[in-house]
Write a protein that binds this ligand. Structure first.
Ligand code: KMH
Ligand code: ZN
Length: 273
């Protein structure tokens, strides 16, 4: 079994300081949270950025400032900007961080309800457009799938050349509007990807740690962080993203699964630096 890749989704676009005061907004706060996650064992930082007041933005300049600050704090960590951004942003707005030529970025593989009247829109043409941009810029996409149908879409677009092999998926499970987070849902998704593909699992809220354990046992990889869950355990807020990563490392240790360094993660995912 390969070593375990831990991704820390430190910030997100929806979670607020009202949910957990340690949610980072400023450049300094993002660098602090990335460093705590990295020191605990995360090799990938999944990154959204905010204005200082918490408003989500996809501004290239803001991404550049945060990436530079994270690089200073943890030079070898893999930074994976979001191209999902926040609900309602345009495609070109969302793609701005890819102009910074990161090693990886997310590629969302379908449209879903996002609570209330919100719709996170990713039409087939949007996915093709994002796929082409990432191939053009040499960026490895992490394929965000919120449902089984999104795996099917990714496989179709892979056949048409918009997404390259080997594919790397993120099963985002438990979003209100997407697939649930029960073990049978995980088994369904996990059994639906090609044998040469890799995956990580991002369980939302209470699903975070049970699904992390499933992936640890199965040979998959794990994403945790404030974007997905702000609690260390029932009713106990995590003090930092680092605490969430530490918990996954403890779980992996108990199961005898070693944790990958950034260099090992680059090899496992076939990233070129
Ligand atoms: N904030 C969501 C609308 C991604 O990072 O690619 C989209 C999202 C997915 O978080
Ligand atoms: Zn995200």
């Amino acid at each position: 079994m390969e070593k375990l890749i831990i991704t820390a989704a430190i910030c997100g676009a929806e979670v607020l300081k009202e949910h957990n005061p340690a949610v980072p907004y400023t450049v300094e706060e993002c660098a602090r949270e990335a460093k705590l996650a990295y020191d605990a064992g995360a090799s990938i930082i999944h990154l959204h950025v905010r204005e200082d007041d918490g408003t989500p933005t996809q501004s290239k300049a803001r991404f550049e400032a945060v990436i530079n600050a994270i690089r200073k704090a943890c030079p070898d960590v893999i930074i994976q900007p979001s191209t999902g951004g926040a609900v309602g942003m345009t495609n070109d707005e969302r793609l701005q961080p890819t102009e910074l030529n990161p090693e990886m970025a997310t590629l969302d593989c379908g449209t879903l309800n996002f609570g209330g009247d919100e719709i996170f829109e990713n039409t087939e043409n949007t996915i093709k457009y994002f796929g082409e941009k990432m191939i053009e810029r040499g960026i490895k996409p992490e394929l965000e799938v919120f449902d089984k149908s999104m795996i099917d879409m990714a496989l179709r677009l892979n056949k048409k050349g918009y997404i390259k092999n080997p594919m790397h998926f993120d099963f985002v499970m438990g979003v209100n509007g997407g697939i649930g987070g029960d073990l049978r849902d995980f088994v369904f998704l996990r059994g639906s990807i090609p044998s040469d593909a890799t995956y990580t699992v991002a369980g939302i809220g209470r699903y975070e740690f049970p699904l992390a354990m499933a992936a640890i046992i199965d040979g998959g990889h794990v994403r945790v962080g404030f974007e997905d869950n702000v609690y260390l355990s029932k009713g106990v807020l995590a003090k930092s993203n680092g605490e969430l990563v530490e918990k996954v490392v403890r779980m992996a240790n108990e199961m005898g699964r070693a944790v990958a360094t950034p260099e090992e993660t680059r090899r496992i995912l076939g990233l070129k630096k």
